[in-house]
Write a protein that binds this ligand. Structure first.
Ligand code: F6R
Length: 590
């Protein structure tokens, strides 16, 4: 849940590292640091807080042939200057940055302490620097790094610099993403292509057991186990640098909400008209298990509705963090679908590996191209949302939901849903509710608790809307099935309560309306998001109207005003919408 970046070439200013670290600070943003080599010595600056803080600290650091940087989401040790990366060996000759967790660090640390190495931080990562240093005493540097890697257990993407060899970076990765950027006269490494794409479209995604030595002119990769040089694969990036720029927008979250019409159009062009889903399953499945976390899990709940009703296959949706530690009912007739924007979420990856081991065929529904979950699945459908920088997922959720509908249609061999191609224009129409939503946000911003309610897929939308408002505004929210209210939650309702109801499914609208009347009778305030023609005037005048669509498409539209509501409420409360406190975009720890 951290980001690492590295440069080796003719010369880079510390600002170059800072600028590119900022592009990946969505991965963690409680502290940051960088190391360069100036006049044959490693110079390091670190700071608790955002990457920007480094700018004030780089002071008189000079440009360098090599530089590494890190942006942190604390796991071992509080966010502090000391615990920030890079970490140095005791003799200050070796510096490392690390994304991941070294599970056996305590044992390694105590062995190294016995050998006289000193530690200054509470992190697991510092052990890597001293481990390399200890092997470097009796081996050449590359050999020392290889030996150190062999001792590590856990997950890691690591870049190492050595002041004795100031023109190279050594890098390796296991279960954490690491991408090498192969520009002509310099080389880069990063946790995300977003900080590479501006400089080159030639990349290599690091694999397990690879050790890369980056110099200005070339990258050599050896297999750590066999010592053989690897003729590694070079991929061409299709992303553009634009994803990392704000353009006319104040923040990435609003930019990403406003890109939803384009995202949906891309998916339809690619998968509906081009029928390019590429899902040639070798057999028929008798059940589907979906597993994911957070927002992706909510998309999975809507996917269940699609797959069961359109493709007529029973589906269970499991929180990946629970799935990994319970008895599961999976066999070789099961299709397992892992949903993940980042393609990195540890719990989701582990759930998929567990399902695969038991014999299920695994389909990854992933946004980030070349990510781990995508690479380890039997089949991949990329959700084509483009880079999502805002930590709270918005456009990726829409892309997951629509992709699941298209997969359901593919499995069913039919397309019962009408007018899918109108979605991009209908989303634009929904975005025009923004002024109305903004006014409602000023009411919501005063609440201590807000709850969302609905039935069927509208309840799934309520779950996602509650998460969005909670994580962006820090207001306490929850979602409850409308029919479930009177089994306890109704006790909360008084004139200070606001309920936001989603009503898009004609078959159950009357039942939900009865439940809303129960809230109304107890003086609770109600806001309704709907595409139905009912008269709601006896309940509320706060009705957000979205276009009338096929009920299957309604969840793709009804979440949008609620994303906007979360966004505007957060802005009114002066929250950092792109980087809510305590969160990180890629959750690579369990
Ligand atoms: C919420 C949010 C998270 C992610 C979750 C899974 O807005 O973004 O709940 O959905 O951490 O992440 P991915 O989809 O990358 O597996």
């Amino acid at each position: 849940m951290c980001g690492i970046f590295g440069y080796v070439g003719k010369s880079a200013e510390p600002d170059f590292i800072i600028k590119n670290l900022k592009k990946i600070d969505y991965r963690g943003y409680d502290s940051a640091g960088l190391s360069v080599i100036n006049y044959g010595q490693i110079k390091t600056v670190k700071s608790v807080g955002r990457v920007d803080k480094l700018t004030q600290k780089v002071g008189d650091l000079k440009p360098s042939l090599t530089g590494i940087g890190h942006t942190r989401w604390a796991t071992h040790g509080e966010p502090s200057d000391i615990n920030s990366h890079p970490h140095l060996s005791s003799n200050s000759k070796i510096a490392i940055v690390h994304n991941g967790i070294i599970e056996n660090y305590k044992k390694l640390k105590s062995d190294l302490i016995k050998k006289g190495y000193q530690f200054v931080s509470q992190t697991d990562s510092e052990v890597i620097a001293n481990l390399v240093a200890s092997y470097y005493k009796e081996n050449d540097f590359i050999e020392a790094v290889k030996k150190a890697v062999a001792d590590l257990e856990g997950s890691y993407a690591v870049a190492v610099i050595n002041q004795d060899q100031p023109e190279q970076i050594v890098a390796f990765a296991s279960q954490s993403p690491l991408i090498l950027g192969l520009a002509d006269d310099f080389k880069l490494l990063s946790s995300d292509v977003i900080s590479i794409v501006k400089y080159t479209d030639q990349v290599h995604y690091m694999n397990e057991n690879e050790l890369a030595v980056l110099t200005k002119d070339k990258v050599e990769i050896v297999d750590i186990k066999t010592n053989q040089t690897i003729d590694y694969k070079v991929d061409k990036l299709t992303q553009t640098a634009e994803a990392a720029e704000l353009g006319q927008f104040a923040d990435f979250t609003s930019k990403e909400i406003y890109s939803e019409p384009a995202v949906i159009k891309t998916i339809l062009d690619q998968y509906q008209e081009g029928d390019d889903l590429n899902l040639a399953f070798s057999k028929n499945f008798n059940k589907i298990v979906i597993s994911a976390c957070g927002t992706a899990y909510h998309a999975g709940l809507i996917g269940k509705h699609y797959l069961e009703n359109v493709a007529n296959i029973p589906v269970s949706v499991e929180l990946a963090s629970e799935f990994n530690y319970k008895k599961v009912f999976i066999d070789d007739q099961t299709l397992f679908i892992a949903i993940s924007q980042s393609g990195e979420t540890r719990d989701t990856l582990n759930a998929m590996l567990k399902a695969k081991q038991i014999g299920a065929e695994c389909l990854a529904l992933v946004n980030v191209i070349g990510s781990q979950i995508a690479r380890k699945a039997d089949y991949v459908v990329y959700t084509l949302a483009g880079t999502e920088v805002g930590v709270a997922s918005t456009k990726a959720y829409l892309s997951q939901t629509l992709s699941l509908l298209l997969i359901a249609q593919k499995l069913a061999g039919k397309s019962p849903v009408k007018d899918v191609s109108k979605l991009p224009d209908q989303i634009k129409q929904v975005l025009r509710t923004e002024d109305q939503v903004k006014k409602l946000a000023s009411q919501i911003a005063k609440q201590n608790v807000v709850f969302f309610t609905g039935r069927g897929v509208d309840l799934n939308t309520a779950d996602e809307a509650a998460l969005k408002l909670k994580e962006l505004s820090y207001i306490n929210t929850f979602a409850i099935g409308s029919g479930e209210l009177k089994h306890g939650t109704i006790a909360l309702i008084d004139q200070k309560t606001t309920a936001i109801a989603i009503l898009t499914q004609p078959n159950i609208v009357e039942k939900t309306l009865s439940n809303l009347k129960e809230i109304n009778a107890r003086d609770g305030k109600i806001i309704i998001v709907t595409n139905l023609d009912h008269d709601f005037s006896d309940l509320t005048s706060d009705v957000i109207k979205i276009p009338k669509v096929d009920p299957y498409l309604a969840p793709i539209l009804s979440i949008i005003p609620l994303q906007l509501l979360a966004y505007h409420t957060a802005k009114l409360l002066d929250r950092d919408v792109d980087k809510p406190r305590n969160l990180a975009k890629a959750v690579t720890v369990e």
